[in-house]
Design a protein around this ligand. Structure first.
Ligand code: SF4
Length: 243
């Protein structure tokens, strides 16, 4: 049987993603995962009216990516999502990574154990995060592994809109992790509440319950975007890349 697998591997070649050695492909970060970017003629006020989450800050002429649910309603106001768009927004996305202490970065540079907790998601972010452990993304090749125990976790990935029942669970999970540790908020719901802001049961952005070090915007972000967040957090990348 092993011979069969070796023969198959030789025949098919390497199918695992080349990221981060190579830039992500357009299949890994498709157009639908690129954030909105204003075209030169964009109408910020019209965009604000269209935006269901208040992500478009017309007065400041900026898009708060932590609130954006990538619904594309603002396209009618001159916001673009296609090739050539999003360069500025991608830079913003990279800028959204908070300052992780240098000592913490150094500690996690080669080996990082990650635990994911769902505090009220629709399952979209969970699936994208867990995809990182499949053979295509093969997170372990980068020294990053998932764990189910907070006692073994260096980083906590939080997905979902924080609901009342999960506040204590989240806090206790965070407190159970050994130092040094970091928290990564993945997706609009965790970062800001997204589409669930103001709804019954929603408590607050995750950052108000536990200290958040890194945010990965998206609704949901792709596995590569989550991986970018992990690599940025550990100092193994310095800025987000584009397909
Ligand atoms: S894509 Fe949707 S949520 Fe994001 S800025 Fe545009 S209208 Fe707002």
């Amino acid at each position: 049987m092993p011979k069969v697998w070796v023969a198959r591997g030789l025949k098919k070649g390497v199918l695992t993603s080349r990221f981060p050695a190579d830039r992500p492909t357009s299949a890994e970060i498709p157009e639908s995962a690129l954030p909105p970017s204003p075209t030169p003629g964009a109408d910020w006020r019209a965009g604000r009216k269209e935006c269901p989450t208040g992500a478009i800050r017309a007065e400041e002429e900026r898009v708060d990516l932590g609130m954006c649910i990538y619904c594309r309603r603002c396209s009618s106001a001159g916001f673009s999502f296609g090739e050539g768009a999003g360069q500025e927004s991608r830079a913003l996305q990279a800028g959204a990574v908070a300052d992780v202490a240098r000592a913490t970065r150094r500690a996690f540079r080669r080996s990082l154990h990650v635990m994911m907790i769902d505090v009220g998601s629709c399952n979209a972010c969970n699936l994208e995060v867990l995809n990182l452990s499949n053979p295509y993304y093969d997170l372990t090749r980068l020294g990053i592994t998932f764990t189910n125990s907070p006692k073994h976790a260096d980083a906590l990935i939080v997905v979902g809109a924080l609901n009342r029942a999960m506040v204590d669970v989240l806090k206790r999970t965070y407190e159970s992790m050994p130092e040094p540790k970091m928290v990564i908020s993945v997706g609009a719901c965790a970062i800001s509440g997204g589409a669930f802001t103001g709804t019954e049961g929603f408590v607050s952005p995750v950052g108000e319950a536990v200290p958040v070090d890194v945010v990965v915007p998206g609704c949901p972000p792709t596995p590569i975007q989550v991986l970018e967040g992990l690599l940025l957090a550990t100092g193994r990348m310095t800025k987000a890349t584009r397909p």
